[in-house]
Design a binder for this molecule. Structure first.
Ligand code: CMC
Length: 433
């Protein structure tokens, strides 16, 4: 008998089955032949929240939650954060290799060339209420891009896919900045393609709005802030099969165009348990107010009355490696912008939580969202912009995963099964007269 198999005995029938094991998994479809009778549908696996189900094979991102490892295409996240830029990483995720210098020049030029959005999008933006949440605006406007680029429907054309990749990576910051300006009632600032990716985004967002008390006069071009934002973008670029990435794979399996598919991923990201957590962290820290409020808050978390946002992760059962890098970014930003007083509350919260049996037992550690919001706030972004700041850099990750799914011969239209527990069949009551 081959060693790479699983032998299953069905105690209902006494029959034995041998199922192949490949890369540490068994195929759920192999369970289907396990039946009690010919009419039986066959055995299924039940896995709410996909806690133990591999939905795809991937070569993009590797995580080891117990060891706190994150690698893009084999490169450790810490090394990329130190030596690479967000755009290099976006290239890496999509094309599979880090760009050579001449490749990078062409790639960078291509991104700068595609930053403009059609003027029609501005009309669309103006339809939103003055206080519309920028993530709601982003989700809608990125979907609207599909109507401006109808050729994007040709999802099996590799050249078409590549052009939409350039467009999406380039236009997300523009859409995000315009969403912010709309909310602030400020005129839109067009992309300045002489600026780098993060710098351009900062300029489109804040140009002409610097309150001199909180921001240095050369705010738009502060290399420290642009570099910090670029690093944060790089750290958020992909994270294998999370909720939003699984969403884009699922939507993409219906061969939907990439703009609509990215919009679906952004919608998933919006939720407070996923990309909305950085917003929730800031609200939580503000509510706690000072280090004196930390013990009471932790008590409420342990009593199950509250959640400690920015803590815990489905994958990481040790310190999130992204959180470590972000902590060092925070210090650099605070040097330029002044120290965010809430950092003391965050540090105290982390200190108490990491010593507490409740968090130790459940392996709850700070995740990527715990410190990122403090940096965003120090730069001057309102909390509503935080999930938007997650969606911009996650776009190359989503797109690369969407493409991988689409071109994987193993994949089909995603369509899970259910365990139906409702009424079997009953007649509609007659209500005559
Ligand atoms: N605060 C307090 N208790 C928690 C927390 C938390 N943040 N996270 C998990 N727990 C407890 C939970 O109550 C449960 O306790 P018990 O065993 O007594 O019932 C135990 O830890 C296991 O939790 P779980 O809900 O089964 O774990 P999960 O893997 O389903 O949850 C999570 C992962 C991220 C949804 C959860 O940790 C959470 O809600 N964290 C706060 C939100 C957050 O920061 N999300 C951002 C995640 S990182 C960004 C991203 O990649 O999306």
């Amino acid at each position: 008998m081959s060693k790479d198999t699983l032998t299953i005995t069905d105690n209902r029938t006494g029959r034995t089955y041998e199922v192949p094991i490949e890369s540490g998994t068994v195929r759920a479809m192999d369970l289907r032949s396990i039946k009690v009778s010919d009419e039986d549908f066959g055995l299924m696996s039940y896995d709410p929240g996909y806690m133990n189900t591999a939905s795809c094979k991937s070569t993009i991102t590797f995580t080891d939650g117990d060891k706190g490892i994150l690698r893009y295409r084999g490169y450790p996240i810490e090394q990329l954060a130190q030596h690479s830029s967000f755009l290099e990483v976006a290239y890496l995720l999509y094309f599979g290799t880090l760009p050579e210098p001449d490749e990078f020049v062409r790639w960078d030029h291509g991104i700068r060339y595609h930053t403009m959005i059609h003027e029609g999008i501005k009309q669309f933006l103006n339809g939103f209420r003055y206080d519309a949440h920028p993530m709601g605006i982003l989700v809608s406007t990125v979907a609207a891009l599909a109507t401006f680029y109808p050729e994007s429907k040709k999802v099996f054309d590799a050249d078409v896919r590549r052009i939409q990749f350039y467009r999406l990576v380039a236009k997300m910051p523009t859409l995000a900045a315009f969403a912010y300006r709309h909310r602030m009632g400020m005129p839109y600032v067009y992309p300045d393609n002489s600026l780098g990716y993060a710098e351009n985004f900062l300029n489109m967002t804040f140009h002409g709005s610097e309150p001199s008390s909180t921001r240095p006069p050369d705010f738009e071009h502060s290399p420290v802030l642009a570099r910090a934002l670029d690093t944060l973008f790089l750290l958020h670029a992909d994270h294998e099969q999370n909720c939003s990435t699984s969403s884009i794979r699922m939507v993409g399996s219906a061969q939907t165009d990439p703009y609509t598919a990215v919009s679906a991923a952004a919608a998933a990201l919006y939720g407070p348990l996923h990309g909305g957590a950085n917003e929730a962290v800031l609200r939580m820290l503000k509510e706690i107010g000072s280090t004196a409020g930390v013990p009471e808050y932790v008590k409420q978390v342990k009593a199950g009355e509250r959640k400690l946002f920015g803590f815990g992760h489905r994958v990481y059962k040790s310190y999130d490696p992204r959180a470590r890098v972000i902590k060092t970014c925070a210090d650099k930003v605070f040097e330029v912008m002044g120290r965010n007083p809430l950092i003391d509350v965050a540090i105290e919260l982390e200190r108490i939580a990491l010593e507490d049996e409740y968090f130790i037992k459940r392996k709850l550690y700070p995740n990527v969202d715990f410190y990122s919001g403090l940096i965003y706030e120090a730069i001057g972004f309102p909390t509503e912009m935080f999930p938007v700041l997650f969606a911009i850099p996650r776009t190359p990750g989503w797109y690369s995963q969407w493409q991988e799914h689409l071109t994987d011969p193993d994949q089909k239209l995603a369509r899970p099964r259910q365990i139906y527990l409702g009424e079997t069949v009953r007649d509609v009551p007659r209500r005559d007269g």
